[in-house]
Design a protein around this ligand. Sequence first.
Ligand code: ADP
Ligand code: MG
Length: 255
Amino acid sequence: MTAIPELVVKDLTVRFAGLVALDSVSFTVHPGTLHAVIGPNGAGKSTCFNVLSGVYKATSGSVHFGRRDLTTMSPHRVGALGISRTFQNLALSAALTVEDNLLLGRHRLMKTGIVRAGLRWPTALREEKKHRERVREIADFVGVAHHLNIPVGGLPYGDQKRVELARALCGEPRLLMLDEPVAGMNATERLSMAGLIVSVREALGISVLLVEHDMGMVMRLADEVTVLDFGKRIATGTPAEVQENPEVLRAYLGE
Ligand code: ADP
Ligand code: MG
């Protein structure tokens, strides 16, 4: 496997007309660790994600992945560096099958396009077969292989969230970014998704950046936690450390 670079976020600031969504936020995701960004609603978690994945532009500050400067990169180029993400609200193509959604997740890795495969060039067909096999492996891993030929829109919500995770994994990431992976799930689905995130880390050894509102979940999974409140970083530390931090307790209780 290629080495996992460190993700360094430095003094990141994002302003929307009249509102500072992120105010000089810094943190580092160390290689192979699970780093959680938590905070009350509106704290700036999704904004932070959107800047890291190239969807929003930072007003100031920088983001580096190893030696690469991601600060102004497009989502496409960020993906090409091996950073995949999921969305807080599902961003799958509901009418397409699970398999086709997952193949879309492999797009950046495909040398020959659909057109060539359509023309049945032998190399294109071999490549397509390889991708379909890998898609099946990943679907199996996250527990959706039995749904491969079903349109995503017809699946229960918890399964759709798994497909979303599978699609991110199909990009063969070195850094996996998950935006509220258990949002909207019941207690059983939450536990099973948490277990899946742990297995992904153990099996792949990649870095994970997890944005989550649910403190309990983060405390069980994270190596390190950064807490945001009103766009500012109010704490970084181990789960045990931030849990005892008076400012963190105030942010959560004062919600
Ligand atoms: P979180 O994910 O922690 O709940 P967000 O990052 O979604 O928080 O939002 C942080 C703040 O930025 C909120 O006040 C939100 O309304 C604002 N915000 C987020 N995206 C935009 C946008 N595209 N335009 C204007 N304001 C935004
Ligand atoms: Mg959010």
